[in-house]
Design a protein around this ligand. Structure first.
Ligand code: 0PR
Length: 352
């Protein structure tokens, strides 16, 4: 057995598969300082509770929403589960369903199973939600239509305003999953945010592109009444209700999220986006030049039809790359991914 004191975590030098990244130094420091706080008990841990309100306000700024409701979740999974829970509790049906493109993250499957909601997945076209396919699945029992702004596998952005219209016509809520894309999208022309469309809830994770320490996800809601759908009475705490899924939770994530956004919004996030997008385009061109079929990049994520044995050999050389469901190699250009890393990655590819 390894002793935790002697074990060293991996460094990010060859990590091309992850949606986690090196936290910003200020975020790392804040996480350490707030390690022993619990925003699940805001009556006792007042400072971190205040910081959480700041975090939500800042996330609202990033996602185009004044006076946002929301909280810092343990990650995108919790935020998506809670968004489905809001919709289920808000909807007026005994047989609720949620309609999502098949590109939606698997956390929606967890949500459906946990919450007793039917998940209807619509085929995509060109890796984006197909509006006709979505409309076909929507009916009077639909409580939520999901759009993805930065898909896990390809980094593609769904037509969010049109999905929000479909939701509105059906009397359903619209949830956007920008867990990964949320800190890249403000610097693009994509329409994905609260000020672009009639979105009700949105997932945006500081612990991904936002460069906060894990665990720091984000759930935002257009109005406090939506968040109230989650409220459970907490008779023996000083606060009277709790909307979160977890009870005790990490103040480290909350403080870290505020510190990261304080340090980086908007200028450095913009620079990070521009660098990551340049890198993704450079990689896409390099791979296309070598005869591979490349998907994207629409956001800084590149998928290409490299053979599976090749990705296994890359792993042997220390590279961490992942695969899409259809077996393409997938490189996520996170803030820690530099051009020189990608150059040596491509040089290793040429070796085969
Ligand atoms: N929504 C989207 C669009 C995501 O990409 C992810 C995670 C989630 C929700 C769920 O977020 P949490 O993992 O914070 O709950 N996507 C990656 C995935 O599942 C997460 C990941 C992160 C994978 C780090 C690998 C890794 O090293 O593939």
């Amino acid at each position: 057995m390894q002793q935790a004191q002697q074990a060293t975590p991996q460094d990010f030098d060859r990590v091309l598969s992850s949606m986690c990244t090196e936290p910003h130094p200020a975020a790392r420091q804040a996480a350490e300082r707030f390690l022993a706080t619990n925003p699940g008990d805001p009556g006792t841990y007042e400072t971190v509770a205040e910081l959480e309100r700041d975090a939500v306000d800042m996330l609202g700024t990033v996602a185009g929403l004044d006076d946002p409701a929301g909280y810092v979740t343990s990650g995108g999974t919790e935020a998506n589960i809670q968004a489905v829970r809001i919709a289920r509790n808000w909807g007026d049906t005994d047989d609720p369903n949620v309609v999502a493109p098949e590109s939606a993250h698997f956390s929606f499957q967890k949500a459906a199973e946990l919450l007793g909601v039917e998940l209807r997945t619509a085929p995509t076209a060109g890796h984006r939600a197909n509006l006709d396919a979505v409309s076909e699945l929507v009916d009077a029992d639909t409580v939520c239509v999901v759009g993805v702004a930065g898909s896990t596998e390809y980094g593609y952005v769904d037509p969010i305003p049109a999905l929000a219209d479909i939701a509105e016509d059906a009397g359903a809520l619209c949830h956007v999953d920008a867990a990964w894309g949320g800190f890249y999208l403000p610097f693009t022309d994509h329409e994905w945010a609260f000020d672009d469309a009639a979105i009700d809830t949105l997932t945006i994770d500081p612990h991904k592109v936002g460069r906060a320490a894990v665990p720091a996800g984000g759930l935002l809601a257009r109005a406090p009444e939506l968040l109230d759908e989650l409220a459970i009475d907490t008779p023996y705490l000083e606060s009277t209700a709790q909307v979160t899924l977890t009870g005790t939770r990490s103040g480290a994530g909350v403080a870290s999220a505020v510190a990261a956004m304080d340090a980086l919004w908007p200028k450095e996030y913009q620079e990070t986006y521009e660098r990551a997008m340049d890198n993704a385009e450079w990689l896409a061109e390099s791979l296309a030049h070598r005869g591979h079929e490349v998907v994207g990049p629409e956001l800084p994520l590149v998928a290409a039809d490299l053979s599976v044995p090749m990705t296994d050999e890359l792993r042997d050389r220390g590279w961490r790359v992942s695969k899409t469901g259809s077996g393409e190699m997938r490189v996520v250009c996170m803030p820690h991914v530099t051009r020189s890393m990608l150059r040596s990655f491509v040089a290793d590819l040429d070796w085969y």
